[in-house]
Ligand binder design. Structure first.
Ligand code: GLU
Length: 507
């Protein structure tokens, strides 16, 4: 039975890179008929940010990424928040010490800082590891008896992992193949802190083991920690049930160099967070995909393809299709460049998939904001006609307003270009035609374009665009006759009369 987990730390809003990690875990779990778990990794109390956990839950819920077990819904392997699991970690740290895989270290922060400075002065970097641990204050250098005496006396200490010297450690990664590192390069990471809390490394391994996680799918930034994790499984004697690892490629800046950061979002004007985030400390507001008018299906589809492809050219895939097609083999080893135009393209595509009624409900809300009431069926008709021009719902009012109110001014450039002094005669003719011919497409087309404009050798572009200026206020919008038919005969005539009146006066 496949069991995967998404294990964020509640240190702020969830970055879209984190959302993608959650998504890939979800797609894999669903496809394999497995379970998806939400675990909150809050062992670093100094980095805890109020509201972050709730934000993560709300964001994933908005995107349709669902969990089978987790901090918000419980489950048979709970609790799912590491701070609530605090009492269970100590015994595992003790076990490692007992078995010679870890040791107590008493070095004060000042002593560690002094060591670092000492190395820096010689242009070297200090690392607490198999080469340096004997110079430091720990149960290996002091002896277990002295260490115990200090512990009994209440001296603060941490527990560090004791990497065996000079061995190769291989992490088998489902995306990258075998990644091997020599233990000489690895530092004796702290596993248990003086505040009685485990660090990420210890808690992560203990939890993945006790929650029977089968696959660890997470960001590439954790690959350097993976050798330690593999060694921890060995040290605990849990190698047989060690999960398989898949480290996902980074999400890169649009230019392609470096990891996508919040600052790139601010600089280039796109959100890097799923939902708007109000920082509780600074009060700073970071924009979110939801509030910018992105549809959750579009965000999911876009993120799925940042680092994975189905092996075909297919780009538009619903969540169900993604679940069917997803496979770890097609995840790329290379970083994936974020592409704002592509994000907008996806949103446009998914906006087209919305029913006219749904688009109309967005439009109705905007009409209300502008104090306009309109027949529901008319709003639905306009929504259906105009949605292909829309990428974000917020554009609806701007794009459709002339269906609901007559222009109050006329675009100067358009007028200068199209509205020649003879135009009031032609516009009067338009009114006559509308008043006499049947109010339907072909009849208007024939009377206006063939029998009047063409027959008199007039410039079609000028006349039709002048009519557009009269009806819309500027030269934008759908097919002119369709527009006239939608707005209606009386309203069109009123607008043309007003334009003749106003533009003539201004000329
Ligand atoms: N808590 C880690 C994070 O914030 C989880 C890493 C992992 O999945 O092992 O990314």
């Amino acid at each position: 039975m496949v069991r995967v987990r998404f294990a964020p730390s509640p240190t702020g809003p969830l970055h879209i890179g984190g959302v993608r990690t959650a998504l890939y875990n979800y797609l894999f779990a669903r496809q394999q008929g497995g379970k998806m778990i939400l675990r909150i990794e809050d062992t670093d109390q100094t980095r805890f940010v109020p509201g972050a956990e709730q934000y993560i839950i709300e964001a994933l819920d908005w995107l349709g990424i669902q969990f089978d077990e987790g901090v918000h819904i419980g489950g048979p392997y709970g609790p799912y928040r590491q701070s609530d699991r605090k009492p269970m970690y100590r015994q595992y740290a003790d076990q490692l010490i007992r078995d010679g895989w870890a040791y107590y270290a008493f070095d004060r922060p000042e002593a560690l800082e002094a060591k670092r400075k000492e190395y820096e002065a010689e242009k070297k970097t200090f690392q607490y590891d198999c080469n340096t641990r004997s110079q430091m204050e720990n149960s290996l250098s002091l002896g277990m008896e002295e260490a115990q005496r200090r512990i009994d006396a209440g001296d603060p200490y941490v527990v560090r992992f004791k990497f065996p010297e000079g061995i190769d450690i291989t992490v088998h990664d489902l995306i990258r193949g075998d990644v091997t590192m020599n233990s000489r390069l690895l530092d004796d990471k702290v596993l248990f802190k003086s505040d009685g809390m485990p660090t990420y490394h210890l808690a992560n391994i203990v939890d993945d083991h006790t929650m029977e996680i089968t696959h660890v799918i997470r960001g590439e930034e954790w690959l350097p920690s993976a050798p330690l994790h593999v060694m921890l499984y060995k040290a605990f004697g849990w190698e047989d049930t060690m999960p398989q690892f898949a480290h996902l490629p980074l999400l890169l800046k649009p230019e392609g160099n470096g990891k996508l950061s919040k600052r790139d979002g601010d600089r280039l004007g796109f959100p890097v967070f799923p939902l708007e985030w109000h920082d509780p400390k600074s009060g700073e507001i970071s924009s979110g995909y939801r509030e910018k008018g992105y549809l959750p299906q579009a965000v999911v589809n876009m993120l799925a393809l940042l680092g994975w492809n189905p092996g075909t050219e297919q780009e538009i895939m619903s969540m169900d299709e993604l679940i069917k097609l997803f496979n770890i083999e097609h995840i790329s080893k290379n970083g994936a460049k974020f592409n704002l135009d592509k994000a907008k393209w996806f949103n446009h595509e998914y906006f087209q998939k919305l029913g006219d009624e749904e688009v109309a409900s967005y439009l109705e809300a905007q009409l209300k904001e502008h104090g306009i009431s309109a027949e529901h069926d008319y709003v639905v008709k306009v929504a259906g006609m105009m949605k292909e021009r829309i990428t974000f719902p917020s554009e609806l009012w701007e794009t459709c307003c002339y269906f609901f109110q007559a222009p109050t001014e006329y675009n100067e450039k358009d007028v200068a270009k199209r509205w020649t002094p003879d135009m009031h005669i032609h516009m009067q003719k338009v009114i006559d035609i509308l008043n006499t011919v049947p109010f339907e497409h072909d009849a208007i087309h024939k009377a206006l374009l063939d029998d009047y404009i063409a027959a008199n050798g007039l410039n079609t572009g000028k006349v039709m665009n002048s009519l557009r200026i009269a009806v819309v206020g500027r030269t934008v919008g759908p097919d002119m006759i369709t527009l006239v038919l939608t707005i209606g005969k009386e309203e069109t005539i009123r607008r043309v009369e007003r334009a003749i009146e106003k533009i003539k006066i201004e000329k």
